[in-house]
Design a protein around this ligand. Sequence first.
Ligand code: AP5
Length: 214
Amino acid sequence: MRIILLGAPGAGKGTQAQFIMENYGVPQISTGDMLRAAIKEGSELGQKVKAVMDSGQLVSDELIIELVKDRVKKEDCAKGFLLDGFPRTIPQADAMKENGIDVDFVLEFDVPDEEIVKRMSGRRVHAPSGRVYHTVYNPPKVAGKDNETGDELTIRVDDVEETVRKRLAIYHDQTAPLIAYYGKEAEAGNSKYVTFDGTQTVDAVSKQLAELLG
Ligand code: AP5
């Protein structure tokens, strides 16, 4: 099961990735989580990307492509993987093809921009695991604490409204063209393309995913 999750920042990719991972046992490859981990470690990669990410810009295609190429070669990806946040540009999608990284499903979550801006203000994250919550729509069992570890939840630096709006503009300019790209791939029989109404509740979207994935 090789899956790409496509959608604007805050459309619910990370939330549904959690559901798919838990229920289908495929590893989540979140380029955003990988980059944030590198920043936390203070590695060379982390130092390179911190300012770019904090300001809501995209990291260079070359850097991201290398990161994903290495990651999908790991043993845990032998039976499939879930790409969350990659590809995000046409050159990234082309690089996947050139490197023979095929996909079975491209799943798009469609959410209007204003809803996204509202959602981001309530997002709380458990950075070490990538688990995502929302103060209202998807609250943790104990306010402000991760369900599994009880660790304190945090707010992402790039979740301030001004940066969210910048990320949305970049999404429409650079990532949204992938909708037509993968639509054509589906027509050619290379993968299946399914759009979900991402404004439904978290559980309603998960249920539809389960119906599709079996
Ligand atoms: P990344 O971490 O990938 O961020 P993103 O794509 O902007 O996506 P988000 O994590 O913000 O949102 P999401 O869709 O996962 O939503 P979530 O489930 O959390 O990337 C960050 C940065 O890294 C980029 O800006 C860039 O700099 C760099 N980067 C990463 N990949 C790159 C690449 N390929 N190329 C170049 N640069 C790259 O949900 C959001 C909130 O809504 C949560 O609070 C959640 O609880 C809530 N929610 C979810 N679903 C629902 C629902 N159905 N109803 C109500 N609330 C919901």
